[in-house]
Design a protein around this ligand. Structure first.
Ligand code: C2E
Ligand code: MG
Ligand code: MG
Length: 643
């Protein structure tokens, strides 16, 4: 726009070795030019084209400069460009001995000034007017003019070309403005694509990019590059109880604090802080000299996040799970290192202490690309690598085998065993937990049928349900169909749900569970005592049993304090008419205590470890041989049974 205002003058350069002709140009383009009356339209044209730029008579104002040689003309154009006063038009004679001719002059002028309108003026037909555009492009800025010309003709041409020159200029400015806006918009989109809008920190995509950059630089420089991933424990709980705004504020504060602490250059190491996921952050650090430094970094990140945050007048104390991996030890490229750090983070999140986990190779299959793993897990389900093992549950009163818990096992073709705590959360992330559940349910039904047919066994089986399943509207229908198809007594099937799963969405869980209970399936609460909220929900659900979480059993000893929680849960269960199951009983001492405290059933390594279906009957024969497994049969004493 500035350029447009600056160049309102119509500057014209005339080049001819004939001084008389130059005089003619000056006369007809000059201020005193009086158009013959027959050409009044010229004034109108000039008025239309130039508006304000015309004089009081309506005539355009031209500023005419002249040269009598080609080289001098080229120099004049160069001067004009360098002083930012470009010419709109150059009228160029073709033959100007002894210097360069008009064509050569045009070429040189065009190299200097891309916008000037060049008018080649000739009396002879030595020039092919049609070809000029090709010779000296662009074709819309080169013109042919025959002499001798009429004064009005010349002035008309000058007026029209000056008008065109201004229009071109305006168009160029508009295009530049457009380009500028496109650039601005692109930058804004990039900001959106690469930065998290809440914390204004780099997002996962940019972090990946940055890590690639750091790794490249690190390969020349000294030291490793570490990825520290941080997950805020129970962030959704804060969101729900304190409100979404507090949650957002907290995320911002965490981001700010991490940035302040790690983003600046410190002793040669340079950190990058980003938001990795909903409640996950990342610190990337390069130039790390030793493994001790990595341990120190991870510990300091944990400390920094666990310092209290003041959010809306309240002090919040957070727990953070930390996962760490580093280049080049755990991966040669950014993606692999991130995957390893993620695998380590997931390990930390599953552990109650919310500690720091450093990647190690056992997590390898977890760290491979999700795509590979998904394919592998799907393949495993299809090819029957997922099987069901059973862990006995024994009655403390009768010593009977009172039931079994079905536990999924992934046995790889090479015989290696993937624990369910690794592949079940994975199946949920991938959205194939329903397929997995169906597989387990069907294999449980097949085993129950085999036991019934082989020896009139009727053993209650508890099947675990995970968080995602309850959200599946087809769950209830699917369970009913499977049981009806397999002709399995529905009373033999119990579903185990963890307390947290139930609490996550009681409104969804409630109708589904009532429906299932009405159908005849039992509902048990797993890992009871680890959930956080009130117990009132228990009364709203058709629950039959509580399974005390293993962590309480593990702490049992004769000291009164340690038995209190179990005692309280048993009392609560009894008050509500529920059976209480003690899980994770490993020693005779623990067994004696839970029995004394009134737990109805026990499950744990003290009784038996989970085993394949085919081993269950032989195990029973060996361990509870006087026991008839048929429900409600002989009551025996556990001590006799264990012999
Ligand atoms: P859970 O339902 O609480 O299962 C009990 C876990 O404790 C089992 O681990 C079992 O092997 C283990 N355990 C039993 N007795 C003892 C003991 O005396 N000491 C110790 N230290 N551990 C004992 P497992 O089989 O590794 O399963 C882990 C978790 O994975 C299960 O916890 C359950 O939440 C989940 N899971 C297993 N199978 C399935 C399944 O088919 N579907 C779903 N959704 N989850 C499953
Ligand atoms: Mg269970
Ligand atoms: Mg459990």
């Amino acid at each position: 726009m500035d350029e447009l205002q600056k160049n309102t003058t119509n500057r014209i350069l005339v080049v001819d070795d004939d001084a008389l002709l130059i005089g003619e140009y000056v006369r007809c383009l000059g201020e005193d030019f009086e158009p013959p009356s027959a050409t009044t339209t010229l004034g109108d044209l000039e008025k239309v084209l130039f508006g304000e730029e015309t004089d009081e008579r309506g005539a355009a104002r031209f500023e005419v400069h002249s040269r009598n040689q080609g080289e001098a003309a080229v120099a004049a154009v160069r001067d004009a460009i360098s002083t930012d006063q470009p010419y709109s038009i150059v009228f160029l004679d073709i033959r100007m001995p002894p210097g360069i001719d008009g064509i050569e002059t045009s070429k040189r002028i065009r190299e200097i000034d891309a916008n000037i309108n060049i008018v080649v003026v000739t009396g002879s037909l030595s020039v092919d007017p049609d070809n000029l555009g090709k010779q000296i492009p662009p074709a819309d800025k080169i013109f042919f003019f025959k002499k001798p010309f009429h004064a009005v003709e010349c002035r008309q041409l000058a007026a029209a070309l000056c008008g065109k020159w201004h229009a071109d200029l305006a168009l160029r400015s508009a295009n530049e403005e457009l380009e500028r806006r496109v650039e601005e918009r692109t930058a804004a989109l990039q900001q959106l694509a690469y930065f998290d809008p809440v914390t204004r920190l780099p997002n996962q995509l940019l972090l990946l990019d940055k890590l690639s950059g750091l790794i490249e630089k690190g390969e020349e420089a000294e030291g490793d590059t570490a990825v520290v991933l941080i997950d805020i424990d129970r962030f959704s709980f804060i969101n729900e109880t304190m409100g979404y705004e507090s949650g957002t504020e907290l995320l911002r504060s965490i981001g700010n604090r991490l940035s302040r602490t790690y983003r600046d250059e410190a002793e040669g190491a340079k950190g990058i802080v980003g938001r990795f996921g909903a409640d996950e952050f990342a610190v990337l650090m390069t130039g790390i000299a030793s493994e001790d430094d990595i341990h120190e970094l991870a510990a300091s990140v944990k400390r920094v996040v666990e310092e209290p945050f003041l959010i809306h007048g309240r002090d919040l104390f957070l727990k953070a799970s930390i996962g760490v991996a580093w280049h080049p030890v755990h991966g040669r490229d950014a993606k692999s290192v991130f995957r390893c750090a993620e695998a380590a983070l997931h390990r930390s999140m599953r552990n109650l202490e919310k500690s720091v986990t450093y990647y190690h190779s056992e997590m390898r299959y977890r760290a491979r690309s999700k795509f590979d793993l998904e394919a592998e897990l799907r393949g495993a389900i299809e090819s029957g690598q997922i099987t069901t093992w059973y862990q006995p549950q024994q009655s403390t009163v009768s010593g009977e085998l009172a039931g079994v818990e079905a536990l999924a096992r992934w046995i790889r073709p090479d015989g290696s065993l993937v624990p369910p705590s690794d592949f079940i959360p994975l199946s949920e992330e991938m959205g194939i937990s329903d397929v997995l559940f169906e597989t387990i349910m069907r294999s449980v039904c097949a085993d129950v049928t085999t036991w019934r047919e082989a020896g009139s066994w009727e053993i209650p089986v508890s099947v675990n349900l995970s968080a995602h399943q309850l959200r599946n509207q087809d769950l209830v229908g699917m369970i009913k169909d499977i049981l009806v198809d397999a002709a399995v007594d529905r009373e033999l099937i119990n579903l185990e749900l963890t307390e947290t799963v139930l609490l996550e969405d009681l409104t969804i869980a409630q109708p589904a569970l009532h429906d299932l209970a009405a159908f005849g399936v039992g509902i048990h609460i797993d890992d009871f005592g680890t959930g956080y909220s009130s117990l009132s929900y228990l009364a709203q659900l058709p629950v039959q049993s509580l399974k005390i979480d293993q962590s309480f059993i593990a702490q049992l000893s004769d000291s009164r304090a340690n038995t209190r929680v179990v005692e309280a849960i048993v009392a609560l269960g009894k008050a509500m008419g529920l059976d209480v199951i003690a899980e994770g009983v490993e020693t005779d001492q623990q067994y004696a205590i839970v029995r004394r405290l009134g737990c109805d059933l026990v499950q744990g390594y003290f009784i038996a470890k989970p085993m394949p279906a085919a081993q269950l009957r032989p195990w029973c024969v060996g361990h509870v041989d006087t026991l008839s497994i048929k429900k409600g049969s002989t009551i025996i004493d556990i001590d006799d049974a264990r012999g």
